[in-house]
Design a protein around this ligand. Structure first.
Ligand SMILES: Nc1ncnc2c1ncn2[C@@H]1O[C@H](COP(=O)(O)OP(=O)(O)OP(=O)(O)O)[C@@H](O)[C@H]1O
Ligand SMILES: [Mg+2]
Length: 403
């Protein structure tokens, strides 16, 4: 369902019917209300900005203007399906709306079932079958959860820096969700002082729209957005798994990448996050306690459908100490491939965190930076959950040779 969230914009000069339509749409989980507009004249600009999948045009305030708007939208924005709405059932009006390019015609008063059925038809009609449509765009969003096998293993460092690197590609829009609701510190890494937190979003989930969502996020200068943990520790239970899934599905309709920085509780919230994720980056160090916990988590994840398939193990802080554990022994122990290795670079990391400056700015040439950049490339170009290239890029895997 999440992949199928439809983004909607509405235009209706009548305040009352617009508000009631808006209310109805906001309650539908598979929809994302991108914008609502009270003037036919401004709607094309709104659509240009918001690029929704569906435009709902209410005709009754001025049927002539409404019909010509429908024509304009279907000509100029063929990727956007138009739904016409009117209190009139007049055949000529319906016919004209359809001729002008409306995909569906709905009657006021609107019933939720009718809207859902119409949206289902829009969704299930392949774009190529729609006359005149050149729609090829399929919006997809990647949800990457960063999890760890023990405290301090490097989740936040990786989540924040990966997000910044992805955000540096112009075509990406990236948000970090700090899901360590008790002690999360992603804001420190980015030196941000956010106005709103995930708690505000969760409390307003029913009436949130695109502009409110954007306003509730804090943007780092690299382009990445952050949604931080609640301000007060006592509010750490304000977001449950179900609400989190809704929050994630809203973000998915707007951002190309969502990076989830998880705590090590592995409770309801974390499991909901892992369930929503396309890929789970599981960090460990190459030592006995770490590998043991990888196995332990594997066993636990087996109780949930689909989680283990998404796990990619990352060895962090490689080279920090002489290890007796060979790479082959590690793979055998955890019964998994190693997705990649990140070198230990204490100085770069500490400088980056203390200054609140991401690695790509703080230490652009450091090996740790290059290694995380290689991960970012995978998620920038590849498919969700895709394995690293069989032939690793030089430097990334060549780090350890005892494999
Ligand atoms: N590759 C690395 N090289 C050197 N230091 C590192 C590396 N990765 C992380 N660190 C350091 O380890 C410490 C813990 O990292 P971080 O806060 O990212 O871990 P975490 O898993 O998010 O911790 P927590 O369990 O508290 O959420 C930080 O001080 C960070 O600088
Ligand atoms: Mg952390």
């Amino acid at each position: 369902m999440d992949e199928n969230v439809l983004r909607v914009a509405i235009v209706d000069p009548d305040d009352i019917s617009r508000a009631s339509m808006k209310n109805m749409l906001l309650g539908v989980e598979s929809l994302w209300l991108e914008a609502d507009c009270s003037r036919y004249e401004f709607f094309i600009d709104v659509l240009d900005q918001a690029t929704p999948d569906i435009a709902i045009v209410s005709l009754d305030a001025d049927p002539v203007k409404g019909l010509s708007l429908i024509q304009q939208v279907s000509r100029q924005l063929p990727t956007c399906a138009v739904l016409a709405v009117s209190g009139s059932q007049e055949g000529s009006l319906i016919l004209q709306a359809m001729r002008n390019g409306a995909r569906e015609f709905l009657n006021f008063p609107l019933h939720l079932e009718d809207i859902l059925a119409a949206l289902d038809r829009v969704r299930s009609t392949p774009p190529s079958m729609v006359a005149g449509s050149t729609m090829t765009r399929i919006r997809s969003s990647r949800v990457i959860a960063v999890a760890g096998v023990e405290g301090g293993v490097g989740c936040t460092s990786l989540a924040v820096n990966l997000a910044c690197m992805l955000a540096s590609h112009k075509s990406n829009s990236v948000t970090i969700l700090d899901l360590d609701l008790s002690l999360g510190d992603a804001d420190v890494w980015l030196d941000l002082l956010p106005d709103y937190t995930i708690q505000d979003l969760a409390e307003n989930i029913q009436r949130i729209d695109y502009s409110l969502l954007k306003r509730s996020l804090t943007r780092h200068e690299c382009g990445a957005y952050l949604l931080p943990r609640p301000v007060q520790m006592s509010d750490r239970n304000s977001v449950n798994g179900e609400v989190l899934k809704r929050v994630i599905s809203l973000f998915k309709s707007t951002f190309s990448h969502l990076i989830l920085d998880l705590s090590k509780n592995y409770g309801e919230l974390e499991m909901a996050a892992l369930d929503s994720a396309d890929t789970i980056l599981l960090l460990t160090q190459l030592d006995l306690p770490g590998l043991r916990n990888v196995v332990r988590l594997n066993q636990f994840f087996d109780e949930y459908e689909g989680i283990n398939d998404k796990v990619r193990v990352i060895l962090n802080r490689m080279g920090i100490e002489e290890t007796q554990i060979s790479m082959s022994k590690a793979k055998e122990t955890i019964d998994r491939e190693i997705f990649c290795q990140l070198p230990n670079d204490y100085q770069a990391m500490v400088d980056s965190r203390n200054n609140g400056v991401p690695l790509m700015q703080q230490a652009p040439k450091a090996r740790i930076t290059k290694a995380i950049e290689a991960i970012a490339e995978v998620f920038h170009e590849g498919e969700p959950g895709e394995e690293m290239p069989k032939k690793p890029k030089k430097g990334l895997f060549s780090f350890l040779s005892n494999g």
